[in-house]
Design a protein around this ligand. Structure first.
Ligand code: NIG
Ligand code: FE
Length: 399
C-alpha cells in the first residue's frame, strides 16, 4: 500500500541531484554554511513497500492509497548512528560522577561492564539493547550499528553478536576491545583472530579494534583487522580517542570504512584519511561525557575528509543515545555548520557503513525518516535538548 506524506514544510533529501540551496543564505557546497542538503520546500514523499518511490514539490505529487499531512513540519532522513555499544549489563554512573569531579576516563572501566555482561542472562541483555534501540528510534535514528566487546571470550562475544543481530544487520565484532583480566595480551590476540573470530564472523558484518594505549597496539590492531577481513568482515577502528597514536594510520592502511573518535588527529592523519577515503566518525557525546577536548571538525572538513557523527552510546565513556544531542554538540563545539552536522549524522553515517540505501531521501532510498516538531532542520541544533522528533519512519513503517 502506498502512502503520500504531504504538507512537509522543509524536506531534507541529501540528494545532490536536487542542487537546491541548503537554506536561505546557505548555497554553495564547501561554503562556510557547508553541505548542500538538497532541500525541497512545500514537499511531499510517496512511500511504497518500504522505499521512497517519489519525492518533490507537493504540488506535483502523484496519488497514493493513503494520505498523511504533516502540517508544515520539517522532514529529514532518519539518523544513521554508525557507532554504538548496546549489548551490555550494569551501570557505571558512579564512574561518570568520578570523572565529573576530576578523574580522567581510562579504558580500564570496560572491565566493570564485562563482569556485569557475563553475569547477565540472554533476556536481560536482549531487553537492555531493545530498550536502547527504542530510545534511539524515538530520537529519529533509523539505522544503528551495534558492537560486541563486553564479553571478551568466545561464547560471550558470539552471544553478544547474536543478540545484536536480532536488532540490526550492522553488527561489529569487537573482541579486541580490551584484554580481559588475568589474560596474557599476546595469547588473547591469538584467541581473537582464531577461535573467537570463527564463532563471531557468522553474526557480524564488521570487525573493529580499540587501538589505543591500554588496549591494543598497532601490530595487534593490524592482525585483528586483517584476520577479520580474511573472514569476510569489513574493518573499522576505534582510533586516537585518548591520545595521538597509530589508530588512524592503521585504519587507512587496512582500508577501513571508518576511523572512529579521532579526538587527536595530526595534519598527516587528516591527509591520510582524505587520501584513503576512510570516513572520520566523530563522537562528540564522548568528549562531553569525559571532559576531553572536542576534535575540531573544521580541520577534517577543510582537509577534504568525509565526516560522520555518531553517538557511541555505551555505559562507560558516554551514555547518550541521542543523535540530535550529538548533532547539536558538533555544531556548538566542533565548528560544523548545522547543514554539515545534519549531513554527517545521516549521509555521513551511511558512508561510514558503506550503505547507499539510507542517509538520503529520494527514489530508491529506504523510507527512513524523521518528522520534526519544527519548521526546519536548523532547530535540531538551535533547540538543543528539546525532543523535536515527532515521529520516526523505518522502512515505511512508523516506529
Ligand atoms: O567507544 N573506546 C572504547 N570503547 C568505548 C568505551 C567503552 C566503555 O568505556 O565501556 C568507546 O568510548
Ligand atoms: Fe566506541
Amino acid at each position: 500500500m502506498s502512502v503520500l506524506l504531504t504538507g512537509i514544510g522543509e524536506l531534507v533529501t541529501n540528494d545532490p541531484d536536487r542542487g537546491a540551496p541548503a537554506a536561505p543564505g546557505e548555497s554553495a557546497p564547501g561554503s562556510s554554511a557547508g553541505r548542500d542538503l538538497g532541500i525541497v520546500r512545500e514537499a511531499a514523499v510517496v512511500v511504497d513497500h518500504g522505499a521512497v518511490v517519489w519525492a518533490g514539490p507537493a504540488a506535483g505529487a502523484p496519488a497514493a492509497d493513503e494520505v498523511r499531512d504533516v502540517g508544515g513540519r520539517a522532514v529529514v532522513p532518519g539518523f544513521v548512528d554508525s557507532h554504538a555499544h548496546l549489548v551490555f549489563a550494569g551501570d557505571r554512573a558512579v564512574e561518570f560522577e568520578a570523572r565529573m569531579t576530576g578523574r580522567p576516563y581510562t579504558a580500564g572501566g570496560i572491565r566493570t561492564t564485562v563482569a556485569a555482561t557475563r553475569a547477565a542472562s540472554d533476556d536481560e541483555l536482549r531487553g537492555n539493547a531493545r530498550r536502547l534501540v527504542a530510545e534511539m528510534r524515538r530520537q529519529g535514528t533509523t539505522t544503528v550499528e551495534i558492537k560486541s566487546g563486553y564479553g571478551l571470550d568466545v561464547e560471550q562475544e558470539a552471544r553478544s553478536l547474536r543478540i545484536a543481530h536480532e536488532l540490526t544487520p550492522e553488527t561489529t565484532f569487537l573482541g579486541a576491545h580490551v584484554v580481559p583480566p588475568d589474560t596474557d595480551p599476546a595469547a588473547y590476540v591469538d584467541l581473537v583472530v582464531g577461535e573467537m573470530l570463527d564463532a563471531c564472523a557468522p553474526h557480524a558484518r564488521w570487525v573493529d579494534v580499540f587501538c589505543e594505549r591500554g588496549a591494543f597496539d598497532a601490530d595487534a590492531a593490524r592482525r585483528v583487522l586483517r584476520a577479520g577481513a580474511a573472514a569476510g568482515l569489513m574493518p573499522r577502528v576505534h582510533a586516537n580517542q585518548l591520545g595521538h597514536g597509530p589508530g588512524i594510520e592503521v585504519a587507512c592502511e587496512v582500508g577501513a570504512a571508518s576511523a572512529d573518535h579521532c579526538t587527536f588527529a595530526s595534519d598527516a592523519d587528516l591527509r591520510n584519511l582524505a587520501d584513503s577515503g576512510v570516513v572520520a566518525t566523530l563522537l562528540p557525546s564522548i568528549e562531553f561525557s569525559t571532559r576531553q577536548p572536542y576534535p575540531d571538525a573544521r580541520r577534517f572538513l577543510d582537509a577534504g575528509v568525509t565526516v560522520a557523527i555518531a553517538t557511541d552510546c555505551n555505559p562507560g565513556s558516554g551514555f547518550s543515545s541521542s543523535m540530535p544531542f550529538a548533532l547539536a554538540l558538533a555544531v556548538r563545539e566542533m565548528r560544523m555548520s548545522p547543514a554539515e552536522a545534519l549531513w554527517a549524522a545521516t549521509a555521513g553515517g551511511a558512508a561510514a557503513l558503506r550503505r547507499d540505501d539510507v542517509g538520503w531521501l529520494g527514489v530508491g532510498s529506504r523510507a527512513d525518516l524523521a518528522v520534526l516538531d519544527a519548521p526546519s532542520y536548523l532547530h535540531l541544533a538551535y533547540r538543543p535538548g528539546v525532543p523535536l522528533v515527532a515521529e520516526t519512519m523505518v522502512a515505511g513503517s512508523w516506529a
